[in-house]
Write a protein that binds this ligand. Structure first.
Ligand code: IPT
Length: 963
């Protein structure tokens, strides 16, 4: 085994189950790796692996080996976080719905809980164990449990017996890498020295929280200040680890939307808040989320909608246009290029401003290494948008105390910015006494060193270089405006930020001075020794290129004989490319995505070229112009419908310990094995003739809806609103004639609650009908049956997993799958809609012929509407959207906020036939139609990524005894 020296575990959170296209996992890994990160942290969602108790499944898109292989290829180390409890805004917090029937408390040492989690822990543990670094795989860290940090009053907590059992479950499964914890806030729980301890204590932090409504407001007192001192109290022997740090925010139904979360947790947030974390000497750092993805197929909890974009640095459709991606790249590259940071000790002083910066409006933290010191400067009022000028004094540099800049000017800290200044910064044999401009990266090539520093607008900077041969005046290589003076054996450089790149040569050192926007275009690309890898781990790089390019550089290889350089990347326009470090000296051939390029190379080996971009022709179908096929998806209300195959809701008690039943028999979906999507009930009774109202209490989670019918008549709906998990409705009945009647009730299940507080057992919150009352009649007079997804826990669609289908009639038939039997269906479109309450089902198909060599994200865009006639109350309807059988959207017109639903290539067939299905559930008596729905393309990015392997999407086949 090679010597592994990890520079820093600088990681992004990415859940492959939120991007069910294994062929795209490498894409996300490469985007994270090219941002300079060394790691990725991932959760495993138990609910997707054990839909049926006792049957662990991990095949197809749910297999983990391809994810581990892709990480290895991209040179990414992994932190595995399989729970069993994960939270993560997924249904049940990762718990399969059948845990609702558990007698004991989940997340405790209760025997039935431990027994229930054993198969999962054993199975996923073994899969992860095989991919540990000790077996040549990418996994280097492991987190048992997640935020085991809070319990209801009086509950034994934290319970070492329980936590130790989780640890033991995974150790028994063969996990040998260090265990980390993810304490919610720094409470020191399960830190080394505590009973039932992990190896490395870690905690999380979401300082700006999850309300994105006011994206420009950073509320006061949210910037952490005491995390280092807390760490020294709680876990002084372990590296300071932040296992989750805010990388965006989740957003609930009816929320402000992810654009707002992106603005709240933007590039400025990264500058101020991430650098503040660096000031605590963090060495294991994971940013949640880095790629959020999609809550497809009912995998999300009720508190969130389909998109899990999170405002993360990589958008849901995988683009990296966001400025926060570029800013994150600058910060990660700096940390990874600065190994002395890992051992530098943060100096904790009460008011550091008096020590290092001379402006009372600023504050700073000094990190002292053996030689190198880092000074992190920020505004005391961290949300300030003022620019403040300052001088810096640092004692004990190799030149004694220095006060800088020396040139009589002031440094500037612009609003919502923070800076890392370096002192005695070592680049092998070259020493920078100080730099007020921030370091992006540096690399040494055969005794020559390239350093890239950057700065923000209207800033003044100074750098002092110590070279062994004393003061030396530099040679300008590029641009002008950097002044230089030799003082006491140092070369002092000073400059103002300019939007023109400049470069100087000082003996063996070449320094590039760029502004931040230019720095954003720079990439450090490590070249692997092992051709099977596209990128090596940071510590195993053969050499690295420093490239000024454009949108994205993914990887690079150099031919055996050393005269050919192949670069792989993505462009969104014709892009000038400049290799400022690492090109083979006598380059003969340069290719970009396999195409040879004309280039020039100068005596410093710098290569200049241009990557051409040609906009492709894209033609997308106009969805409204297609032929759509329609069928009614609520035949249950017709008198001829038979529910003979349905489950009898005849359980006279409940196994749910959270809520007792208030009905003669349990009507909870999970009692009968239905955990995802719509539940449908049929209640049979003998009418007497004096019944006039029906009271229904139904629970489906935030933003759910419910519709009720007496025989074939709609009697009313609970249309739902953002925060309503339970609806109480009393409906007037039409005249009930003596004789047999059927009530049909459809309740949407928006996903199960999470289970954050131990002992509260929130995941057991039932779904379905909680209570009812037909006036004049005892409850016993109604006999209920119910159904959910076809097969229940014994779900039959192994490709799309246990949660993708709900209990709508057309879903049970499998009409969301490709090639349903539409021959006898009517022709009608979702924009035609239906004129009364009910559930319509629409299917269409079309070919896509997307250009090769481009990454072009496709999304559905719904137009929000009030009523079909543009008057009256918000029009209540909900749509489930399926592409080739995969449920990729839940649009709720009267609640929102999501109107745009990206669907990834691989789910789409970009080169052939696709099937789109939609349910249209009209809750209002006047029915519903879509105002508009369009297929829209995002920017066409030319890519060298290659063809994306299609996901196996089995088509429709007649289901046995379907009802
Ligand atoms: C933290 C969870 O660990 C994580 O799973 C996710 O839910 C995240 O929050 C929010 O997106 S919990 C923390 C906010 C207390």
């Amino acid at each position: 085994m090679a010597d592994f020296v990890i520079r820093m575990f600088y990681s992004g959170e990415f859940h492959p189950f939120r991007l069910p296209v294994p062929g795209l996992w490498l894409d996300v890994f490469q985007k994270i790796r090219s941002a300079g990160y060394t790691g990725v942290s991932f959760y495993v969602d138990w609910a997707l692996h054990e839909g049926q108790p006792g049957k662990f499944e991990a095949d197809g898109v749910f297999a983990w080996e391809p994810f581990f292989d892709a990480a290895r290829k991209a040179g990414i180390y992994l932190l595995a976080r399989p729970g069993p409890y994960i939270n993560a805004e997924v249904s049940g917090g990762g718990y399969p719905g059948w845990l609702q029937r558990l007698k004991g408390h989940p997340r405790t040492a209760d025997e039935d809980y431990i027994a229930a989690s054993d198969l999962y822990a054993k199975s996923i543990g073994a899969i992860i164990a095989k991919a540990q670094i000790t077996n040549g795989g990418p996994i280097i860290l492991f987190q048992p449990e997640n935020e085991y940090s809070g319990a209801v009053k009086g509950f034994p907590f934290p319970d070492p017996k329980y936590f130790q059992q989780v640890i033991d479950q995974f150790r028994r499964a063969g996990i040998v890498v260090p265990f980390v914890s993810n304490d919610a806030s720094n409470g020191g729980r399960n830190a080394p020295g505590q009973p039932a301890a992990v190896d490395i204590y870690g905690h999380d932090g979401y300082p700006l929280g999850f309300d994105c409504a006011q994206p420009n407001v950073w509320p006061p007192n949210k910037l952490p200040t005491d995390w280092r001192s807390k760490h020294l109290q709680q876990s002084p022997t372990t590296p300071f680890s932040i296992i989750e740090f805010q990388g965006g925010a989740f957003d609930p139904w009816g929320g402000p939307g992810f654009d707002k979360c992106l603005s709240l947790v933007n590039h400025e947030f990264e500058r101020v808040f991430y650098k503040n974390i660096f000031s605590f000497g963090v060495t294991i750092f994971n940013i949640y989320m880095t790629y959020g993805g999609t809550n497809w197929g009912n995998l999300g909890h009720a508190g969130g909608y389909t998109s899990y974009d999170y405002g993360a640095m990589i958008a849901e459709d995988r683009n990296v246009f966001r400025e926060k991606y570029s800013e994150a790249k600058l910060e990660a590259n700096f940390i990874v290029a600065s190994p002395s940071y890992l051992t530098a000790e943060p100096q904790i002083v009460n008011d550091s401003s008096i020590y290092y910066v001379n402006n009372k409006k600023l504050t700073s933290t000094l990190l002292k290494g053996n030689k190198t010191q880092y000074l992190i400067v920020r505004h005391k009022d961290y949300s300030s948008s003022d620019s403040n000028s300052f001088l810096v004094t640092v004692p004990n540099t190799s030149a004694g105390e220095v006060t800088i800049p020396q040139g009589g000017v002031y440094l500037v800290l612009n609003g919502r910015d923070s800076k890392t200044l370096v002192f005695d910064y070592e680049m092998n044999k070259i020493l920078i006494l100080y730099s007020t401009a921030e370091v992006f990266t540096w690399k040494e090539y055969n005794g020559k060193t390239i350093l890239v520093v950057y700065s923000g607008p209207n800033e003044q900077h100074e750098m002092a270089v110590a070279l062994s041969n004393g003061s030396e005046l530099p040679k300008a290589l590029l641009g002008s405006g950097i002044s230089a003076a030799g003082v006491d054996g140092y070369t002092i450089l000073s400059w103002k930020t300019s939007n023109e790149d400049r470069a100087l040569q000082l003996g063996p050192l070449t320094i590039y001075f760029v502004d931040r926007n230019s720095a954003y275009k720079h990439w450090v690309i490590d070249i692997p020794r092992d051709p099977k890898q596209l990128a090596p781990y940071t510590n195993e790089a053969e050499r690295s290129l420093i490239i000024k390019g454009g949108y994205l550089i993914r990887s690079a290889t150099i031919s055996q004989n050393g005269d050919t350089l192949n670069i792989v990347g993505d462009t969104d326009s014709t892009t000038p490319l400049k290799i400022i470090g690492g090109a083979p000296p006598k380059l003969k051939t340069l290719t970009f995505n396999g195409q040879p390029l004309k280039f020039a190379q100068d005596s410093n080996t710098i290569v200049t070229t241009t990557v051409p971009y040609t906009a492709p022709k894209i033609s997308l179908p106009d969805l409204n112009a297609l032929t759509w096929y329609y069928t009614d998806s609520l035949p249950e209300i017709q008198s001829k419908y038979s529910d003979a195959q349905w489950s009898k809701a005849d359980y006279p008690k409940t196994d749910n310990t959270l809520r007792n039943i208030t009905t003669p028999t349990s009507l909870y979906g999970s009692e009968y094995g239905f955990h995802a999507g719509a539940l449908v009930y049929r209640g049979h009774f003998q009418g007497i003739g004096n019944e006039s109202t029906l009271y229904l209490q139904a629970a489906g989670g935030s933003a759910f809806g419910m519709s009720a019918f007496l025989d074939d008549q709609h009697i009313g709906s609970f249309v739902g609103y953002d925060s309503a998990s339970i609806g109480n409705s009393t409906f007037d009945l039409p005249k009930v004639t003596p004789g047999l009647h059927v009530l049909t009730v459809v309740v949407d299940n928006m996903g199960l609650q999470e289970n954050w507080i131990v002992g509260e057992d929130e995941m057991k919150t039932p779904r379905g009908i909680l209570d009812y009352k037909l006036d004049q009649r005892p409850k016993e007079d109604i006999t209920w049956k119910l159904t959910g997804n076809y097969g229940g826990e014994a779900h039959i669609d192994k490709a799309r997993g246990p949660l993708n289908e709900g209990g709508l009639w057309a879903e049970r038939q499998g009409y969301h799958l490709p090639s349903p039997p539409i021959e006898d269906w009517k022709k009608s479109k979702p924009t035609d809609g239906i004129a009364k309450a009910g559930i319509a089902w629409y299917v269409t198909s079309f070919d896509l012929n997307m250009p090769n060599g481009f990454d072009i994200p496709l999304s559905f865009r719904f137009t929000n509407s009030s009523t079909p006639y543009e008057a009256g109350p918000a029009h209540a309807y909900r749509v489930n959207l399926y592409v080739n059988g995969w449920q990729f959207g839940k649009y709720v017109n009267n609640i929102g906020p999501q109107t745009k639903f990206p669907v990834p290539e691989g789910i789409w067939n970009y080169h052939g036939k696709n099937w789109v299905a939609m349910s249209l559930w009209a809750l209002d008596p006047w029915g519903a139609r879509l105002k508009d729905v369009k297929l829209v393309a995002g920017p066409a990015v030319q890519t060298g990524y290659g063809r994306v392997q299609m996901v196996d999407s089995p088509k429709f086949s007649q289901r046995p005894s379907v009802y």
